[in-house]
Design a protein around this ligand. Structure first.
Ligand SMILES: Cc1cc2nc3c(=O)[nH]c(=O)nc-3n(C[C@H](O)[C@H](O)[C@H](O)COP(=O)(O)OP(=O)(O)OC[C@H]3O[C@@H](n4cnc5c(N)ncnc54)[C@H](O)[C@@H]3O)c2cc1C
Length: 479
C-alpha cells in the first residue's frame, strides 16, 4: 500500500493582511515544496486530469519533469497545449476540472495541479525572460492578414496561434485597455503585470493591437481593409439586469461597472462613471453566486466596506462559481445568504437605494441546467440594509452585428452562430469562439475556442472548402 503524504500547502497571505491590500492572496510554492507536491502525483497512464482539461494539457508528462526539478522542460510541455498557462493556472476552477478528476483525489487530497502549473510558469526563464516560441517560417499559403475582434482570452489565443503560424494578426478592442474580462478580474486573483507581460509577448510575436476601436462592420474588414480571415471574440459582456421594482435607483450598479470603476483609472472610465477609491462605512449587497459575484464581494471587503452581504437564490452546493472563491470570501468576512432572492429595491429618500427586499427560497427538483431549481417560500420577505447594490446575475452577448449580419446571432440567447467543432460561422472566412458563442464560460474554454478557430482557419487557408468547416448554411455575402 502506497503511503500518500498530505498536500503541500502554499504560502498564503493571512486574512487581516490580505484585507489591507490587493496583492495576490496565494503566494505560491518554493522549489522544494513544488517538487514534494509534484511527487505526490502517481503519473496515471490514462490520466483523467488530462482528459477533462479543456486544453488537453499533458499533466502527467509535465509533472514527471517537475518531479525531477526540470522546470524548463515542464514549461515547454505545458506551452505545447496551453497558450496562457500563467493566467489559466490562477483562474481555472481546478477543483471542477483537473483536480476534480485526479485519481489520488478519490481517497486523498488531489494533487495541487493548478498551483504546480503556476509555479512552473512563474519560475520558467523561457516565460519570464521573453524566450517564448517565435513565429515559424512563412507559411506555404503565404503570410495572410487576419483580424480578431475583441482582446479577451479567446482572441488572444487565436492571435497567438495565427502569429506563430506566420500570419499577420491585428486585434481590435473597443475598451481603452486590452485583455477583455481578464483586465477587470481583481488583481488579488490575477496581477495585472502578468497580463501586461502576456500582451508584451504577443506584441513581440508581431501582433498589432488597436484599443479604443469598436468593430461594427465585419464585411468592411474583409473587403475594404484587406483581411483574409476574421475571428469574432467579443465575449458576453452585457450584464443581465433583473426587471425588479426600484432597479433604477442610485447606488445600484452591475458587477462590470463596480469592478471597472475600482480597477481602472479616471481617464480610462466612461464619462459618467466615477472611480471607486474606498467604501468606508458603506453597506454593500452583492446579488448573484458566480465568480463575478465573489470577485465583487472580495473587492468590496478590501475597499473597507462596513458590511458585505452576498445573496444567492440557490444553496452553496448548487452555486455556479468556483468553490475556492466562496471559501476565500467566507474567510475574509463576507456574510453569505444562501437561498435568498431579491424581489425589489427600496429607498428612504426616493433617489438612492437603502434596502434590498428579499424572499427566502426552497430548492425543488433539478432544472435544465442540472441544478436544483429554487422556489420562493410564502411569507418569507425580509430586507437587507444597503448603500450600494452590485448586480452579478451573469452576462449576455451584445447584438453588435445585427444591422449587417442578423443571421450571425442565434436566437433565443443571441449568441454568435458558429460550428461547435471548428468555430466557422455562416459567413465565409469568419470564425468565432469564446463566451460570445457559448455564453458565459471559463477562460480556459475561451482559449481552447480561439486555438481551435485558428487551426481551422489554417485549414481554410490551405484550401479546405468552407462547407466542410461549417455545419451551418454558408452565406456568400452581405445580408
Ligand atoms: C468578473 C468576472 C470574473 C471571472 N472570473 C473567472 C475566473 O476566475 N476563472 C475563469 O475561468 N473565468 C472567469 N470569468 C469568465 C471569463 O472571464 C470569461 O469566460 C472569458 O473572459 C471569456 O473570454 P472571451 O475572449 O470570450 O471574452 P471577453 O473576455 O469578454 O473579451 C471580449 C472582448 O471583446 C471586446 N469587444 C466586444 N465587442 C467588440 C467590438 N464590436 N469591437 C471590438 N471589441 C469588442 C470587449 O470589450 C471585450 O474586451 C470571469 C468573468 C467575469 C465577468
Amino acid at each position: 500500500m502506497r503511503d500518500v503524504k498530505p498536500r503541500v500547502q502554499p504560502a498564503i497571505q493571512p486574512v487581516p493582511d490580505r484585507l489591507r491590500n490587493f496583492d495576490e492572496v496565494i503566494q505560491g510554492y518554493v522549489l522544494e515544496d513544488a517538487v514534494e507536491e509534484a511527487r505526490r502525483c502517481i503519473l496515471c497512464k490514462n490520466a483523467r486530469c488530462q482528459a477533462v482539461c479543456p486544453l488537453g494539457n499533458r499533466i502527467p508528462q509535465w509533472i514527471a519533469e517537475l518531479q525531477q526539478g526540470r522546470i524548463e522542460d515542464a514549461y515547454r510541455i505545458i506551452r505545447e497545449t496551453s497558450p496562457m498557462p500563467e493566467l489559466c493556472s490562477r483562474l481555472c476552477p481546478q477543483e471542477r476540472l483537473c483536480e476534480g478528476a485526479c485519481a489520488l483525489g478519490i481517497k486523498h487530497e488531489a494533487v495541487a495541479i493548478g498551483l504546480l502549473e503556476r509555479f512552473v510558469c512563474d519560475q520558467s526563464r523561457a516565460r519570464t525572460n521573453g524566450g517564448e516560441p517565435q513565429p515559424s517560417t512563412t507559411p506555404t499559403t503565404g503570410s495572410k492578414r487576419v483580424a480578431a475582434i475583441g482582446s479577451g482570452p479567446a482572441s488572444l489565443a487565436f492571435a497567438q496561434a495565427m502569429a506563430r503560424a506566420g500570419h499577420r494578426v491585428t486585434v481590435f478592442e473597443r475598451w481603452p485597455k486590452l485583455g477583455g474580462v481578464l483586465r477587470w478580474i481583481p488583481r488579488f486573483k490575477l496581477p495585472p503585470d502578468l497580463l501586461d507581460a502576456h500582451l508584451a509577448m504577443l506584441t513581440r510575436l508581431g501582433i498589432k493591437f488597436y484599443a479604443n476601436t469598436e468593430v461594427c462592420w465585419i464585411e468592411s474588414l474583409l473587403t475594404d481593409e484587406g483581411f483574409e480571415g476574421v475571428f469574432i471574440g467579443i465575449g458576453a459582456s452585457r450584464p443581465s439586469t433583473p426587471q425588479l421594482p426600484g432597479a433604477s435607483l442610485k447606488g445600484i450598479c452591475s458587477s462590470t461597472e463596480f469592478l471597472v470603476r475600482t480597477f481602472y483609472g479616471r481617464e480610462e472610465l466612461p464619462n459618467d462613471w466615477e472611480p471607486i477609491a474606498d467604501l468606508i462605512g458603506q453597506r454593500v449587497v452583492v446579488l448573484g453566486g458566480g465568480d463575478s459575484a465573489m470577485d465583487c464581494v472580495r473587492t468590496a471587503l478590501r475597499l473597507n466596506a462596513a458590511a458585505v452581504t452576498c445573496a444567492y437564490r440557490r444553496d452553496e452546493a448548487n452555486m455556479p462559481g468556483s468553490n475556492k472563491e466562496v471559501q476565500a470570501a467566507k474567510e475574509e468576512g463576507a456574510n453569505l445568504q444562501w437561498l435568498t432572492a431579491p424581489v425589489a429595491f427600496q429607498s428612504d429618500d426616493g433617489r438612492s437605494v437603502s434596502q434590498v427586499e428579499c424572499v427566502r427560497m426552497a430548492l425543488g427538483p433539478p432544472d435544465a441546467s442540472g441544478r436544483r431549481s429554487p422556489k420562493p417560500m410564502p411569507n418569507s420577505a425580509f430586507r437587507i440594509d444597503a448603500d450600494l447594490v452590485v448586480l452579478a446575475f451573469g452576462y449576455e452577448v451584445e447584438s453588435v452585428f445585427d444591422n449587417e449580419h442578423f443571421f450571425l446571432m442565434a436566437p433565443p440567447k443571441g449568441t454568435v452562430r458558429a460550428d461547435p467543432n471548428t468555430g466557422a460561422t455562416p459567413l465565409r472566412g469568419v470564425f468565432a469562439g469564446g463566451d460570445c458563442v457559448t455564453g458565459p464560460n471559463l477562460v480556459c474554454a475561451a482559449a481552447r475556442a480561439g486555438l481551435s478557430a485558428a487551426q481551422h482557419m489554417l485549414r481554410y487557408f490551405a484550401g479546405e472548402p468552407w462547407e466542410a468547416l461549417t455545419a451551418a448554411p454558408v452565406v456568400a455575402s452581405q445580408a
